[in-house]
Ligand binder design. Structure first.
Ligand SMILES: [Mn+2]
Length: 566
């Protein structure tokens, strides 16, 4: 039942106020957390920004055909939609191109340049990609097409031969905040170029109205919720709530978050996956059409379609995760510090999700491979843990691979089917040699042991001061070290979730344990347990009552009834 062998407490013992204890425990800076518009940095601090803005301004004035080249994930699609929105706003000649995950793969490549040239493009703006597309950009130079790269990915090696490269993470860029998502960088470019075309309060209103897209991409890309991203997300969530975009209004409706105040979870769990599903299972252009259409009926139709595609994605992911987990043998877990699983028919669009689900479950890096390509070759997607650089691991196995790329946390590759076993053996050997066994111990970080009096709505209200939550400022995890189980049952379709009544210090709360209905079989009323959880309002069945969302739970031995004093 217990998921984490160790709970690491940031704070244990008494405290005055939950929020103050959290800020101290997390070494957060309250000034930074509550930063306002004045903490947004000037676009011009980005190297090459003025050069890029000048070129784009000239293209708009001269009526050149500007082609935006984006990506198939949420950040890539909203970045494209944002630049497109601006080009339409100033009546520029423009078109968009998004790569197909299945046939093109990530990033701009020479064949895309050829297609852009056929279309008559005179200036290409890459968004959320381009920093490592030297070959494609060289071919654009040959074809007489200028390229502006707008990206946020790390620079490896030489810069591409583009007209200009705007990227806070290019090694010579002194921009003070490195955590912008692709859409954040695109916003900075539009902010600068808009000065030449829109003025006064109208420009301010226009730029503000783009922040719904900025919040979507920044949260969905799991960019840090720190620095100026906090301002962009906080404002963007307000704009998103009353967005003028028919597509986003309809998407909120099908996702069941219509008129409620939105938080980062609404993007992460409801809106983001529906936008992403298009690129995973069909075409990302469907999602771009949703964000770009001004037509309410078209928006409703596309939103319904995305909802349906996302349902299919969820089903494929659930089935695939079950199949993949069943492939993992106990002796492998004892022996191998990295897992490579293969499902000949897993959908190419979901193998990254499978790798991620298995990595969470088995606390080690995972590569999920599928053989669904027409040419019989395999495609793999890898997700890692902080203790292992999977990009380096894949690099080490390059001799088995046709194409590959990645960074410390994730990687992707294609390989001939006959190389699979050798690749698998080599990568596992590399991981076994580089991962300390201690790093595979599942550990949960708990912010603080919550006093029973703080398990109510007042705490949720206070926590709003720390919003938005996300990477770098996670939703707080609390623990109660001595609870009595007052009820326990399975809930949900397939009975896959658990619902547990808990009482501690005279306070009773309902707790839900998502995807862990099996734990119910090991619990009984009257049992004493320790629980680690986040707090939320149950707007679904509980009329807004405060409920606990369990991260972990374990029975207390009789002698453990009183937690050891610190
Ligand atoms: Mn991105």
């Amino acid at each position: 039942m217990r998921l984490f062998s160790t709970w690491d407490f940031l704070h244990r013992g008494s405290y005055e106020s939950v929020v103050e204890a959290l800020i101290t425990a997390r070494s957060l800076d309250l000034g930074e957390l509550s930063a306002g518009a004045d903490s947004l940095h000037q676009p011009r601090l980005l190297t090459d920004l003025e050069r890029a803005a000048g070129r784009l301004e000239q293209a708009i004035r001269d009526g050149e055909h500007v082609l935006i080249f984006g990506d198939y994930d949420v950040d890539g699609v909203v970045s494209t939609a944002l630049v497109l929105d601006f080009l339409h706003q100033v009546d520029a000649r423009c078109s968009c191109m998004l790569p197909d995950r299945h046939t093109d793969g990530y990033g701009i490549k020479p064949p895309a340049i050829a297609r852009a040239a056929e279309r008559g493009a005179q200036l290409i703006v890459t968004v959320d990609n381009g920093i490592s597309a030297s070959a494609a950009i060289a071919s654009a130079v040959d074809a007489g097409i200028d390229v502006i790269v707008v990206d946020h990915h790390q620079q490896h090696g030489e810069l591409p031969p583009a007209h200009s490269v705007i990227n806070p993470n290019r090694t010579d860029c002194g921009y003070p905040f490195k955590g912008l998502a692709g859409v954040g960088v695109a916003f900075k470019l539009v902010q600068a170029v808009s000065e030449a075309f829109i003025s006064g309060p109208e420009r301010r209103t226009y730029l503000n109205g783009l922040l719904d897209l900025v919040a979507l991409g920044t949260v969905a890309d799991v960019a840090p919720v720190l620095g100026e991203n906090r301002v962009l997300i906080r404002r963007g969530l307000e704009i998103l709530r009353r967005t003028q975009r028919p597509g986003l209004r309809q998407l909120k409706a099908v996702a069941g978050c219509g008129d409620q105040p939105l938080d980062t979870m609404a993007i992460g769990f409801h809106l983001g996956p529906r936008i992403n599903a298009a690129g995973r299972l069909t075409s990302p252009h469907l999602a771009l059409d949703l964000l770009s259409t001004g037509d309410e009926e078209a928006a409703a139709r596309i939103a319904a379609e995305l909802d349906e595609i996302n349902g299919r994605r969820r089903q494929l992911q659930n089935e695939g995760t079950k199949e993949a987990a069943a492939l993992v043998q106990p002796d492998e877990l004892a022996r191998d510090r990295l897992l490579v699983v293969l499902g000949e028919s897993w959908h190419l669009g979901i193998i990254g999700l499978l790798a991620s689900n298995l990595s969470t479950r088995f606390h080690r890096p995972v590569v999920a491979c599928t053989g669904t390509r027409d040419d019989g070759s395999y495609t793999g997607s890898a997700r890692s843990i902080p203790a292992y650089d999977i990009g380096a691991g894949v690099d080490h196995c390059a001799r088995h691979l046709t194409t590959y790329g990645g960074h410390p946390g994730a990687a992707g590759m294609t390989l001939p089917a006959e190389s699979f076993e050798a690749f698998r053996a080599d990568l596992i050997a590399h991981a076994n040699a580089h991962i300390d066994p201690d790093a595979l111990e599942p550990r949960l970080t708990v912010d603080l042991e919550l006093q029973p009096r703080d398990m109510g709505a007042g705490t949720l209200d206070q926590l709003r001061q720390l919003e938005p939550f996300g990477r770098g400022n996670e939703l707080p995890v609390f623990a109660s070290m001595d609870c009595e189980v007052t009820s326990c049952r399975r809930i949900g379709r397939d009975q896959r979730h658990g619902k547990i009544g808990l009482a501690t210090g005279g306070v009773r709360r309902q707790a839900v344990w998502w995807n862990n209905g099996d734990a119910i079989d090991e619990l009984s009323r009257g049992q004493r347990v320790a629980a680690a959880y986040t707090l939320e309002r149950d707007n679904f069945t509980g009329n807004g009552a405060v409920q606990l969302v369990l991260k972990d739970l374990y029975p207390l031995d009789r002698e453990m009834r009183t937690p050891p004093a610190l």
